[in-house]
Design a protein around this ligand. Structure first.
Ligand code: G3P
Length: 218
């Protein structure tokens, strides 16, 4: 599984997000791995209506239903607009631990296959695995996010430790992923896939990077 997080870069917002999604979609036809794009809530419906090969997920969701919840994002409404899943608890959009269980539970009702709970450390991954049982956890050390040193080269032993927490728990890894080698190492260590942002979004030719990254699964 390859997840490309659009974040809120200029290159992946509004009209640019649509173009980027189209390019990623084209190179994802017949891909050897699932390709997901995590897009901004405001861009989600348009993007979901044009892509054919990639799955569209949200970057965040709130653990509330219909009612008096000013400024919240409802899982039901994301789903109606074409989302098949969501990231939760990204280190750039953390959820207080006391609310995390409720958000995960609500998200998993609507997105049983693609509720992806981010975790910044081995300790928090352990806590999330033991208390909330999400289908997928994405381990991303915040200090490596957006940089050029990848989690697989800087912290291979921690990836292994995270993967070994439980044989049933599916683990994605991310932060600083820039090369095919970064991905191969993570897969060899037992991760089911990768979460990447700047390495694709900020590339001169994002589609070429995605095509190259996907060759890790061939
Ligand atoms: O969610 C992906 C992420 O935070 C990693 O970002 O730019 O290091 O690939 P980046």
């Amino acid at each position: 599984m390859l997840i490309i997080n659009f974040k809120t870069y200029h290159e992946s917002t509004g009209a640019a997000a649509l173009r980027l999604a189209e390019h990623i979609d084209q190179v994802s036809a017949n891909a050897p791995a699932e390709v997901l794009i995590a897009v901004q809530a405001l861009d989600l419906e348009k993007i979901a209506s044009i892509v054919k090969h990639v799955k569209v997920i949200a970057q965040h969701v709130d653990g509330v239903g219909y009612g008096a919840h000013t400024g919240h994002i409802l899982p039901e409404e994301l789903k109606k607009r074409g989302a098949v899943g969501t990231l939760i608890n990204h280190s750039e959009r953390p959820i207080p631990t006391e609310h995390l269980g409720k958000v995960i539970d609500m998200a998993q009702v609507h997105f049983p296959d693609y509720t992806i709970v981010c975790s910044p450390s081995y300790e928090e991954t352990l806590l999330i695995d033991q208390n909330f049982d999400p289908r997928i956890i994405a381990f991303e050390p915040p200090e490596l996010i957006g940089g050029d040193v990848s989690v697989s080269s800087a912290q291979p032993e921690i990836i292994k430790k995270v993967v070994d927490i439980s044989p049933e728990q599916q683990i994605l890894v991310g932060a600083g992923v820039k090369t095919l080698e970064d991905i191969k190492i993570s897969l060899e260590l037992g991760a089911i896939g990768i979460l990447v942002a700047s390495g694709v979004v900020k590339a001169d030719d994002p589609a070429a990077v995605v095509r190259e990254f996907l060759s890790a699964w061939e």
